[in-house]
Ligand binder design. Sequence first.
Ligand SMILES: [Zn+2]
Length: 246
Amino acid sequence: MNEARTAVAVCAHPDDLEFFCGGSIRKMADEGWQISLIIATDGDRGSHDPASSRHLYASTRREECRAAAWLLGLASMEFLGHEDGDLQNVRHLRAELTRLYRILKPEVLITFDPWKRYELHPDHREIGLAALDARLQARLPHFHPDQLRDGLDPWTITDIVLFNTDEADYFIDISATFDAKLEALRAHTSQWESIWPQTVAAVRTMAESTARLAGEGIHLAEGFKRLHVPLGPVSAGWGQSSHPAD
Ligand SMILES: [Zn+2]
């Protein structure tokens, strides 16, 4: 086991990671990966009840995140607290992400594919762009030089894994971790409990149809678009996956 394998996942909302790649994240954690999660908004507009309090809702969703993070085996979690639904790929957000990349020093960045066709949630598009733009900025010392004055160094992430993609070229067999994915998703009680049977059916159908793209012998899978950016220090780990679809 490579003890230095680290990844950062950057999401827009509290349950994005579990929904789109919870099976893969739990599998990576079981294999020894140190995975940090950054959540840009509190998802405090994710209620259909006009009488609900956004403030209270935000704190509920943070609690649900902590429960889910434990179930997935995450190493750490950061909440950026931006406005749900109005996320923008702007300098301030890129600076926050750049600082966290320089602190966490991940080999792998996991985030939304911002170029997925017909993605209707603006936060999903914006966080993908911001996460990728911040990756570039984290490598270069003239971006956010105040962070260098704070003692941080430039950092290069060499491997990018995009979820919620329509260009999947990398598949992870989640048959062994599918139940853990469901359990972590269900920890987001405020989102899913009232429609849980339908959610299980939809998530299973999604994993089964992705598995058909992954190849023979795989029954449940999550799919990703994978980019290797061979600049800077050589990364070990992700590219050496023993996954059968490799
Ligand atoms: Zn979302």
